[in-house]
Design a protein around this ligand. Structure first.
Ligand code: 1GP
Length: 254
């Protein structure tokens, strides 16, 4: 098992649930990302993810990752929309397959294009099954996902189980950035069916929504938009992490 995967799993075992910040280089430059990363580390965020669906070049990812690395000791995990979003300066990459895409490019072809780059850059690949649900947002549109409807939790559970049987190590339930959060009953049904760590993101704007996701079964909660909106990022992230830790501790109780 790689260093970052071990770090995530050890932290999960200790804290019950984790928070990660997502920085989209199309929306934030290196200097802005640096401030977010500093705040995230002080707030108790577990890792920084960097990536986006549209308008992200390798140079932009390099800029953001190097600025973060200058000030922050947390692992930086790439979250690539395409193989051109890889940076040699990151620690790891969510090596993701959009399992409910209708286009093989997003299931395995892009991954084949990127795999030799991951190897050359020495990035730790974190095998991730990625499912896009509900409205799906930009990522659902770009990756041509056949969106899983919220009134069909059994479809989400079936895809999640298939992901587990196929050997993926993590599962991401994506509701689409800036949209509405995935309803808890979906997370619950998925959690009842698989033992993979479940990552949930999209539309989680408040500590309360983060707590609801963890209570339903999320192991890792991702927030992107709230840090893009500025304001008192340290305070926003501190409250977010507190809510996630609180629910996480409850999960650890026998
Ligand atoms: C997008 O799930 C993430 O992939 C984050 O969504 O920007 O809505 O926090 P938000």
């Amino acid at each position: 098992m790689g260093r970052v995967e071990k770090y995530i799993l050890d932290n999960l075992a200790e804290r019950g649930a984790l928070h990660m910040v997502l920085i989209d280089p199309a929306r934030m430059n290196g200097k802005e990302a640096r401030e977010v990363a500093k705040a995230a580390e002080s707030a108790g965020t577990a890792a920084i993810m960097v990536g986006g669906s549209i308008g992200v070049s390798e140079a932009m990812v390099d800029d953001v990752v190097t600025e973060i690395k200058n000030v922050c000791g947390l692992p930086v995990i790439l979250f690539p929309g395409t193989p051109t979003n890889l940076s040699r300066y990151a620690d790891a990459v969510w090596f993701l397959s959009v399992l409910n895409s209708t286009n093989p490019y997003f299931i395995v072809i892009g991954q084949a294009q990127g795999a030799p780059i991951v190897k050359r850059y020495g990035l730790e690949p974190l095998s991730l099954a990625y499912l896009v649900l509900g409205v799906g947002g930009t990522v659902g549109f770009v990756s041509q996902a056949r969106l899983i409807p919220y009134d069909r939790p059994e479809i989400a559970a079936a895809f999640a189980l298939a992901a587990e049987y196929m050997g993926f190590r993590f599962l991401y339930l994506e509701g689409g950035s800036g949209g509405e959060p995935i309803p808890p009953h979906i997370i619950q049904v998925v959690d009842n069916n698989v033992s993979l760590p479940i990552i949930v993101g999209g539309g989680i704007r408040t500590p309360n929504l983060a707590g609801i996701a963890v209570r339903a079964g999320a192991d890792i909660v991702i927030t992107g938009t709230i840090v893009e909106e500025g304001g008192d990022i340290l305070s926003k992230l501190t409250q977010m992490v507190r809510a996630i830790n609180e629910e996480g501790r409850r999960k650890l109780k026998p």
